[in-house]
Design a protein around this ligand. Sequence first.
Ligand code: PXG
Length: 467
Amino acid sequence: MITNTKDIQAVDSAHYMHPFTDHKSLAAKGARIITKADGIYIWDSEGNKILDAMSGLWCVNVGYGRQELVDAATKQMQELPYYNSFFQTTNVPAVKLAERIVGLAGENYSHVFFSSSGSESNDTNIRMVRHYWNTLGQPERTVIISRNNAYHGSTMAGASLGGMSGMHAQGGLPIPGIVHIEQPYHYGIAPTKDKDAFGIEAAGWLEQKILEVGADKVAAFIGEPVQGAGGVIIPPKTYWPEIQRICDKYGILLICDEVICGFGRTGTWFGSELQGAKPDLMTFAKGVTSGYLPLGGVVIGKRVADVLINQGGEFNHGYTYSGHPVACAVALANIDIIESEGLVEKVKNETGPYLAKKFAELSNHPLVGGAETCGLMAGFALMKDKVNHVAFDESVEVGMICRNHCFANGLIMRAVGDRMIIAPPLVITMAQIDEMAGLILFCLDATLKELEMRGLMNDDLLKLNAA
Ligand code: PXG
């Protein structure tokens, strides 16, 4: 029987292959074992309490320990634990949830297709847009344009849509028919340029790509309203309206991947709403159940739904767990909580603006460059010399240094290269934001101290940065 941390770590190492993990280095130190959670905090098997500023993996929107979700799952499991939606059958939670999500998405939308994850949902998107163009007699429209450093999942199609070079390298990806443009990362690409002008320029890369591929070959453009796993890249406000204009100009379908931005993260139900886009398809997962059970899907705009339903015949696509009744029941209870606690409005009017203020204060730290927030997503770059925009050498792995200080001091904050990012549960209070910002500052100081001790900062630059 497994009894303590070391035993579990040994069995973990012997048998459990983790996602995105270098097992050789993990085996040397042993995995951190998370044993319980409540609100915005998690505890490890050694009894350490940790503030989870990443909401698990961007998903625990209503926080941990919500009895309402446990009750919803229990009740549904007792009544009908599983049935499929193939062969002209359906189930009540799936029907109710589809109606509810369409209601949240707004009048452009009419249907929802369910899956169990973001990756599967993006596979569905590819199947769906190709079937759409085929049905309309334009089968040559197959190409999907995405962006570098995007994250759209880890299946063959999800990773292909994504723009992570490390993932492409290991899988012989992308699969044919998927091409990428540069991301709209103002601070990283063109910090001295006017931000709004950069937004228009970055959207223009889509038009260039469309013309390069041939407009009659392009099926869709896909993008996260705010890039999450890529490092919380918040585009200039001019970007998405211009992307929309370009998609409209060439009749290209627009897919917004709302897996992170959806369900309140940005202070609106969907991030595209905030960013000024009207996607034909929206991918969702994560926050729809606050991660309590796996559920994902695609919200389908009327333009696509009308063609698929009235002209498309049978769509030869679906998953065993499409419309899983227990996952759907939990999603309904989760949306009840988001609505009854006014979490979307709270992010928009209270906690989001307060986090923005705190991140503006963090900008005074010598290491912090380009700090930005969008609702309850936030990030900054760790800079060697932010005045002259000098980054650390890659070999320093400054993000890892900072992340390790966060772990050691009871804070989960993600490092993406040199960017440090957070996305706390939407139930976080103002006092907890203070606590989180205090921890971030403490860890930044610890990082700076380590960098100084290792001779990686020089005093002149420090004075310059502080000025
Ligand atoms: N789209 C987006 C925008 C995502 O963020 C997916 C699709 C895929 O969802 P599934 O459910 O198949 O994992 C995601 C997932 C990270 C990290 O390191 C982010 C995700 C997954 C794993 C790690 O930030 N996002």
